[in-house]
Design a binder for this molecule. Structure first.
Ligand code: PEP
Length: 252
């Protein structure tokens, strides 16, 4: 099993640099005792330069441009992120897909991230669940298209964040349950096996995102067959996030 991973996606929060610094320091403190997991904080890009990563707390970005440089107003390249000591880059988050990001663009972004030796965190997940398996086709399609043209060895470096859209931004009671999550991880790994072979597919880290809170973290990490979480709203609550980190670290 790969090293466990907890990524805090702050989204477009907090409102001020002062608050961002305070939250970063407080999260660092919570993560200081973690032994078996990496904690990654992905703040809004305007705060990246002010958040100094450490051995225990790494830095993530919430988005990246597909191009290395040039006339792309408002964009931030993987080259620039690497220069800000970023290690992980979230790519294809559903909130960006809603803004028009396609699997083709996502695939270009992943290549750009890998070129800088950064770690892409590819977000995939169905909009809703149906009884006919259409949601499985959607997930499969996202994986195949988002990872198209990426070499077998590079594929093993990608972290897959399974984030069903219906579970994002809700409460832990509405998150996926560990049984459904476990099933989905098997499905994802089967697709990956077909793309890069069983051995490499088993190296791919699969994490879960979608209303992970202190209340459901332990059950999901113990029985969901994932090696960590992408945490949205609960990462802004330092006490709750600390408990999620503890749960991931404590899993036997
Ligand atoms: C996310 O948006 O990546 C996410 C997991 O959000 P939340 O935890 O708020 O559902």
């Amino acid at each position: 099993m790969a090293k466990r991973l907890i990524i805090a996606n702050w989204k477009m929060n907090p409102a001020t640099l002062k608050e961002a610094r305070a939250l970063f320091q407080a999260t660092k403190k919570k993560a200081s005792t973690v032994a078996r997991a990496s904690v990654v904080i992905a703040p809004p890009s305007v705060y990246l330069a002010f958040c100094k990563p450490s051995k225990k707390v790494l830095l993530g970005a919430q988005n990246v441009a597909w191009a290395d440089k040039g006339a792309f107003t408002g964009e931030i390249s993987a080259v620039q992120l690497a220069n800000l000591n970023v290690t992980y880059v979230i790519v294809g988050h559903s909130e960006r897909r809603f803004l028009g990001e396609t699997d083709e663009i996502i695939s270009k972004k992943i290549k750009s991230v890998l070129k800088q030796s950064l770690i892409p965190v590819l977000c995939i997940g169905e909009l809703e669940r149906d009884n006919h398996g259409a949601y499985l086709r959607m997930v499969e399609d996202q994986i195949r298209k988002s990872l198209a043209g990426i070499g077998r060895e590079s594929l093993a470096k990608v972290v897959i964040a399974y984030e069903p859209v219906w579970a994002i931004g809700k409460s832990s009671d509405e998150a996926v349950n560990s049984h459904k999550l476990h099933e989905m991880t098997i499905f994802i790994r089967k697709i990956l096996s077909g793309m890069c072979g069983r051995d490499l597919a088993h190296k791919v880290q699969i994490i879960y995102g979608g209303s992970v809170e202190a209340k459901n973290a332990l059950e999901l990490i113990q029985n969901g067959n994932v090696s960590g979480f992408l945490v949205g709203h609960a990462s802004l609550d330092i006490k709750g996030f600390g408990e999620i980190v503890k749960a991931v670290d404590a899993r036997g």
